[in-house]
Design a protein around this ligand. Sequence first.
Ligand code: ADP
Ligand code: ASP
Ligand code: MG
Length: 399
Amino acid sequence: MAVVVQKYGGSSVGTVEKIKNVAETIIKRKNKGDDLVVVVSAMGDTTDDLIGLAKKITDNPDKRELDVLLSTGEMISSALLAMALKDSGYDAVSYTAYQIGIRTSGQYGKSLIEDIDGNHLKESLEEGKIVIVAGFQGINEEGDITTLGRGGSDTTAVAIAVKLQGVCEIYTDVDGIYSVDPRKYSKAKRLSEIDYEEMLELASLGAQVMHSRSVELGQKYGIPIYVGLSNSETCGTVIKEVTNMNMESKPVTGLATSDEDVAVTIRDISNDTNVLSNLFEAMASRRINVDMISQTAPVEGRVNISFTIPKDDLKECLSVIRTYASKNSINIDEEITKFSIVGIGMKTTSGVAAKMFRLFSSNNIEVKMITTSEIRITCAIRQEDKLKAINLVAEEFKL
Ligand code: ADP
Ligand code: ASP
Ligand code: MG
């Protein structure tokens, strides 16, 4: 019998009432005969509240202790859900990452899942139990608790589905993946399916509906991921390999925006590749994730160089710049939006970028930086132009 791995996000388990509703949904599924592993996020805004508590203690909480603190959110919801199921007469058990051996590596706050000890999960399923797992957490080589990055419970769920060769279902507060975040563009269309590659780009570029590493795992191991509302008649979206691209397919599948980056410009720096590589190597060694880069044409061997980094990395980045370009003037622009369009159809359709730039130029939207891949175009624009850009581009490409 197939193992079904479900994940319920923070809004689905936001109150005790909602946890009881989730328990009822799970029971209906269990009664159909499925073996169930259920991953839960922390209730509602618990993770934000816990971060708020830490910030009341110190501006710069110790990363190890912050992970210990944040992991408690998912432990609360998993225990409450197991209690609700037991109270209805069903055999359930809640597990932390430690108990089922979710081994992680990498940094606190953004660790990666290395492996999961599937045996423990399987034993509990064989005993007929409904297994509830605290999402978002793992245990590293030192035996410390780590977290997987915001939204990481999706990745816990897909990793368990991979390990158990199961089916993966992500339940959230929208009834599927839309061409644009429906909170930002109300006319967005729900997609019945989307290719892993497209979803991975959208998730990495700001569509927080899926944790990007969960999509990466699904793609690597060929596990389709269903995303939708629980207890709903409407059909959600399946993230999978989409092979039947036809002539009717649109060049652009979706659009995503992110306000989480900041643009840094270093003025009048030597256009010597050695100087630039020292600077970027130093940032890479500190794991500062440089994304878009642009450079002015050299004038007497000097250029202005601009790049974007996540806002969280700004402090670290400035300390690198102080070492490698201490004499240069620096400009920081925190009011940028990364605006991206994504579609596998772009591989075979020309003129998509031209259309978008024409729209931007005739509507006075300044493009500060551009990066592209085979299936996406990303521009840095002013935050104040974001909604106008979303509306124009979504209309143009019928998103
Ligand atoms: P959960 O707590 O269930 O993990 P999230 O808040 O992480 O839920 O993700 C759901 C939210 O993602 C939705 O409320 C929606 O506003 C947002 N979202 C962003 N981009 C998209 C998209 N392309 N399609 C659907 N939802 C999206
Ligand atoms: N509770 C964590 C967060 O808010 C993880 C998750 O929801 O997936 O980011
Ligand atoms: Mg989420």
